[in-house]
Every structure is written in structure tokens, then in C-alpha cells.
Design a protein around this ligand. Structure first.
Ligand code: KG4
Ligand code: ZN
Length: 345
């Protein structure tokens, strides 16, 4: 039995979790900073860092206590090494390194985006090969996994991530941050066919995404041609709801279209979803409706948004395969997926 303490601080959630053997979650503590950033309509990195530093020790303490553990009983530490905000990442990483040094426990560095996909494997049995769909605030990508732990890139966003597009669209409509749940709620009273919005296509790769034009479409519809984000809304409340619904429909129609293409092209029907946007119930219904031929696997609710259970879970497997990380590993603001090599697949 391997008891892993996971630590996550890549953006605006400070999280710690104790997981046994990569699957059994004994505790999963998430200190959200939404209250702190809401007035700014987005994450303010400097404020995020300060809050992480303030709460990280008590979050870890709580995770250990809730798991009925002591620090001595932890066999392994796992921490998110990136991608994310540099200062925010460093707080989790340096805390983990300090614990590792002080208590002589091994530490593994974990890729946050891969952990979002692993989150779904914690509750679902996955057969390989499969396709992974990362739909988060910082990333939008379709990847393929033939061997456990090795994700290869099929296509990713060339501009905004899908969650970022939701956050920006919400800001345009004056809805609270984070924008995803706000838009989903607001759109419930709207007509999704009211506005003919569409996400972009990328010539060089039909499996790549582009959401910045869709966001601009929302801006111009909501505030007038060539308006800026601070311009006043020109739509009444019902029209705003129609716009939110039309935006949501367009964003998810694009995800479904590219998933249909990817599964067909790769000859794979299992799709693993990960990231905060997978909280969206309309998306889950749309996938079931539009893509009945795929086996869609979703993360459990408390594992969709940023959390440390997914870090501890994936950390366990990395340790089993590669052993501990050397303690001088850096925080990485960006980590690219390896492009797929068609000659090998
Ligand atoms: O995975 P996550 O917690 O953080 C990143 O790694 O980026 O995702 C956060 C993103 C935010 O952009 C948020 O607006 C979006 O997930 N999100 C949603 C919903 N809940 C959260 N987007 C659409 N619908 C939702 N219900
Ligand atoms: Zn995340």
C-alpha cells in the first residue's frame, strides 16, 4: 500500500489530498480563491500567490487529518510542476520540496494537464487506446494515449482555451467569475438558436481549436460592432440570455465536431474528458446526444475542477514507473504535449 500526499497550487485553488495506490481518495481539500478574484473578473496572479502562501500549510494539515493520517505515514509526495502561474506553482513545489527534505520522503513532479485526464481514470476503467479531451480554463486539446501515461497531441487551441472563452464571454455579459458556471446557468433561460455564432477552424489542422473569434462575436453582438469590453451592453436581459445560450451551443458544437472527426480518424471510440469545463451538464448531454457512438468517460464531480487528488493519483503511477524526481526540478509555466508521430501509430 502506497499512501501519497498530493499538492496543487497552479492557479487559484490551493489543494492537498491523500490518495492510496493511485485510486482510493482518503481526503481531498480544496481552498478556492474565487472570492478573492471575483471583483477583478479573473485571476490576479500576485493575489493568488499571497493566498497560496497564507493557506497552504493549513490545507495540507487538514488533508492529513481528514485522512486519519500523520505526516510520518505518508510514503510519497506528489506536486503539480506546471503548467500554471509561475509564482503560484513555486509555492506548492517549494512546500513539497521542504517536506520531502525534512521528512526524507520521495517526491514526484506531476503535469497538471495530464492529471486532469488521469482524474477520470480514478473512477472509470479505461481501455487503450483512447482519446483524451482536455477542456479547462488554461487548455483545450485532443490527445491520444496508446501506452499508459503517454499522451500524444492530436490538436489544441491556437488562441483561447475553452474555459477562458467562457470566462471572457461572462465578463462581456457582466456575469460573475468564473464564467463557465455563470454562463451555463444564465443560458438556461435563453434561445440557443437566436444568434448564428461559430467557433473557428484551423486550416493547418482540422483537430485544432480557435475560440477567440467566437469571443469577439459575443462582444460585438452584446455591445455593437467594434465595441470594447468596457462599452455598455446594447441587448435586453432576454437577448443577453439568448446570446449566452448561443455562445455555449457554438462552443460545444465545435468540441463535438472535432471529437467526431478525431474518433473517426483515429479509429478509437473511448473518450476520456478532463478539466473544469466538464462540470457543464449541457456539454455532457450534448456529447451523449450528438456522439452516441463514443464511450464518453467523465471525471467525478469533485475531480473536474482543480484538485490535488488527481495529482496524488497520477504521482503514484509516475513513481512506480520512473521513481522519485530529483529535487531540483523547476516550475514549468508551459508544458507542450508531444506531437503524434504518424509513422509509429
Ligand atoms: O480545470 P480548471 O479548474 O482549471 C484549469 O486548469 O484551467 O478549469 C477552470 C475553468 C474555468 O475557465 C471555468 O469557467 C470553467 O473551468 N468551468 C466551466 C464550468 N465550470 C467551470 N465551464 C463551463 N461550464 C461550467 N459549468
Ligand atoms: Zn486545471
Amino acid at each position: 500500500m502506497t499512501v501519497v500526499l498530493g499538492i496543487e497550487s497552479s492557479c487559484d485553488e490551493t489543494a492537498a489530498s491523500v490518495v492510496v495506490d493511485g485510486k482510493t481518495i482518503l481526503s481531498n481539500i480544496v481552498a478556492s480563491q474565487v472570492d478573492l478574484h471575483q471583483v477583478y473578473g479573473g485571476v490576479v496572479p500576485e493575489l493568488a500567490c499571497r493566498r497560496h502562501a497564507d493557506v497552504i500549510i493549513s490545507v495540507i494539515d487538514q488533508a492529513i487529518k481528514e485522512a486519519g493520517m500523520t505526516m510520518e505515514k505518508i510514503d510519497l509526495l506528489a506536486v503539480a510542476k506546471g503548467p500554471g502561474l509561475i509564482g503560484a506553482l513555486l509555492i506548492g513545489i517549494n512546500t513539497a520540496k521542504a517536506i520531502s527534505l525534512a521528512l526524507q520522503k520521495p517526491l514526484v513532479a506531476v503535469n497538471h494537464v495530464e492529471a486532469h485526464l488521469y482524474a477520470t481514470m480514478m473512477s472509470e476503467t479505461v481501455t487503450l487506446p483512447c482519446i483524451g479531451a482536455v477542456l479547462s480554463g488554461g487548455h483545450t486539446a485532443l490527445v491520444r494515449m496508446d501506452t499508459f501515461g503517454e499522451w500524444k497531441l492530436l490538436g489544441e487551441t491556437v488562441d483561447d482555451a475553452i474555459g477562458e472563452a467562457f470566462d471572457k464571454a461572462a465578463k462581456i455579459l457582466g456575469l460573475p467569475y468564473p464564467g463557465g458556471p455563470s454562463i451555463e446557468q444564465f443560458a438556461k433561460g435563453g434561445d440557443e438558436n437566436a444568434y448564428p455564432l461559430k467557433a473557428g477552424s484551423v486550416k493547418a489542422n482540422p483537430l485544432a481549436f480557435s475560440f477567440s473569434g467566437l469571443k469577439t462575436g459575443v462582444l460585438y453582438t452584446a455591445k455593437g460592432q467594434s465595441a470594447s469590453i468596457s462599452s455598455p451592453l446594447i441587448l435586453n436581459q432576454q437577448e443577453q440570455k439568448n446570446l449566452a445560450a448561443s455562445f455555449q451551443k457554438a462552443a460545444f458544437a465545435d468540441i463535438c465536431k472535432k471529437l467526431a472527426l478525431a474518433t473517426q480518424k483515429e479509429g478509437i471510440s473511448t473518450v476520456l474528458f478532463g478539466g473544469g469545463v466538464t462540470c457543464n451538464q449541457y456539454l455532457r448531454e450534448k456529447v451523449a446526444q450528438d456522439l452516441p457512438e463514443i464511450r464518453a468517460l467523465w471525471p467525478q464531480n469533485q475531480l473536474s475542477l482543480d484538485n490535488a487528488a488527481m495529482i496524488a493519483g497520477l504521482g503514484y503511477h509516475i513513481y512506480k514507473t520512473n521513481g522519485a524526481s530529483s529535487l531540483d526540478f523547476p516550475a514549468e509555466t508551459r508544458i507542450a504535449f508531444i506531437p503524434i508521430d504518424r509513422n509509429q501509430s
